[in-house]
Design a protein around this ligand. Structure first.
Ligand code: PLP
Length: 506
């Protein structure tokens, strides 16, 4: 920091608190809501905090009251003398650029960063980027200008009021433009958020960008609007694209939740996990089992897609094929028998309450994505996705989707080509009164919608997404002005061997 400032601080020290409390009319507009502003800034602080330019210690006291571990770094002896008395802690001598460099969670300053030139600001933020711990932040409460025009018009305004000290200040100090702060932040690997708190003061939060790790890719899937199909007035269809999960389907959410809960409870004693699945559950479980060094055995009726079986194997699962004609119920019996004989942990997706509870985060994401949800449409294999969402969206119109040959509509169990959905036995965890409508969709309709989604929207989805879309289109006909959310569980590339784009399946 340039030396002339040190003299200014000398003069300012004894008067500083008169400025911030609005007793100097010239600086009243700069410090309107001072206490509120520093309280807001402190809300973002966490962990080990480094405060630059604590001055007379007002912000420092707020930080200390939060129980934070604070290093206060002040260049001016005069300021520090007052601040140390007020806060009861010893201030280190130094400034934004010269200080003992140690890792920290927060770098914070109030009404001080403008003493640095723009180049110095850039160097300082670069230093903080290196020192910040993961998830760390830089918090800068200070005057900045939204544009050069705004700065000039403020200078004119305060000149006309005869506020010579303030005007001199505005001309002398390095109050940056917002766009300068944005580019400094971005150059140094930060996301930048700015909230303007009064005519002069902006609360700027710089969050260190973090590079994701593979498991961060479970959840937070994109939501898109489907617009290629005619809808009743005011109806909108939004699709949650669950193939963006790490293992390529909605079932990663289940794999993560079921295994984490079982590990927390100490249920996995033998180091082995067993399940019966059409494949996506197996992939979700395999990902998580691999991470925790658990063995996984899955029972899969042999008709199901070879792609999913290959992926499970690649993730380290052992696959036992069961005869197609004996269905999923037989695969479940085999899995249970194996668990009883060996002590392996049976995740039991068809009965475990940890299945529906896997979708709480999905529900939260949906609310964050679209706000109001009038109708929710989800397919049922185990029924977990639908049940989890239906508990959450109690007031919405809740539509459960099944293929022909599934028993939810009271019909007999039979074969179908639509993969991943279809129920052979009513799920224990699914109360009937959670369902407002059952949509039973033919394979032809599901596969037609898969092809149309590819041709009209460029979306390559699995057949259970096609069925869910057809169900949403059927249901929307009874309503207007509805926000309709449909779950698309996985993508078509894992069904190429099943001729997914060949509607008649020949
Ligand atoms: C492709 C696909 N769609 C839908 C579902 C249905 O999900 P749930 O078991 O939660 O009912 C599954 C389940 O495996 C699936 O794999």
């Amino acid at each position: 920091m340039s030396l002339p400032f040190m003299d200014i601080f000398k003069d300012w020290a004894s008067e500083y608190d008169n400025f911030v409390t609005g007793q100097d009319p010239e600086y009243k507009d700069v410090f309107v809501n001072y206490d509120f502003m520093i309280a807001q800034a402190v809300k973002y602080a966490k962990g080990d905090v480094v405060e630059f330019g604590p001055g007379t210690g007002n912000l420092t006291n707020y930080l200390l009251q939060q129980g934070l571990n604070v290093r206060a770094i002040e260049p001016s002896e005069e300021m520090a003398a007052i601040g140390e008395k007020k806060t009861g802690i010893t201030f280190e001598r130094g400034d934004f650029l010269n200080f003992k460099q140690q890792p920290a969670d927060t770098f914070i300053s109030s009404f001080a960063f403008h003493h640095l030139t723009d180049t110095e600001k850039d160097i300082a933020i670069g230093k903080y980027a290196e020192l910040l711990n993961e998830g760390g932040r830089v918090i800068i409460l200070d005057t900045i200008f939204n544009s050069e025009e705004e700065k000039q018009s403020m200078i004119e305004h305060y000149t006309s009021l005869g506020f010579n000290n303030l005007v001199e200040d505005l001309n002398r100090e390095y109050y940056p433009l917002k766009e300068t702060m944005e580019s400094i932040a971005s150059r140094n690997g930060f996301d930048y958020h700015d909230t303007q708190l009064n005519r002069f003061a902006h609360l700027q939060i710089l969050e260190k960008k973090t590079i994701k790790k593979p498991f961060d890719l479970i959840g937070h899937t994109p939501m898109i609007e489907i617009t290629a199909f005619p809808l009743n007035k005011g109806n909108r269809i939004f699709a949650k694209l669950e193939h963006h999960n790490l293992g390529g389907s909605v079932k990663d959410r289940l794999g993560l939740n079921i295994i984490m809960k079982a590990l927390d409870r100490g249920d996995i004693k033998s180091g082995q996990v067993v399940e019966a699945t059409a494949g996506n559950t197996g992939i979700g479980l395999a990902l998580v089992c691999q991470k925790f060094d658990l063995k996984l055995r899955v029972y899969v009726p042999e008709k199901f897609s070879v792609e999913k079986q290959s992926i499970m194997r690649a993730l380290g699962a052992e696959i036992i094929n069961t005869p197609t004609e004996k269905g999923m119920l037989f695969a479940r019996e085999e899995a249970l028998k194996y668990a009883q004989e060996t002590g392996a942990f049976f995740t039991n997706q068809f009965e475990s309450p940890d299945n529906p509870s896997s979708y709480e985060e999905l529900a939260n994401e949906i609310i964050a994505d679209v706000g109001r949800v009038d109708m929710i449409v989800a397919g049922a294999g185990s029924g977990g996705t639908f049940t989890g969402l239906a508990h959450y969206f109690k007031d919405a119109h809740k539509v459960i989707v099944e293929p022909e040959g599934s028993i939810l509509n009271g019909g007999a169990s039979g074969s179908h080509r639509t993969e991943g959905i279809g129920v052979e036995k009513w799920p224990d965890f699914l109360p009937k009164d959670l369902i407002d409508a059952v949509e039973t969709i033919s394979d032809i309709d599901a596969f037609t919608k898969v092809s149309e989604l590819a041709k009209l929207e460029g979306l390559m989805q699995g057949s259970s997404s096609g069925a869910a879309l057809q169900a949403a289109l059927n249901q929307q006909q009874h309503f207007t002005n509805q926000n309709i959310v449909v779950i698309f569980p996985d993508a078509s590339d894992r069904y190429l061997s099943q001729a997914i784009f060949n509607i008649k399946g020949e």
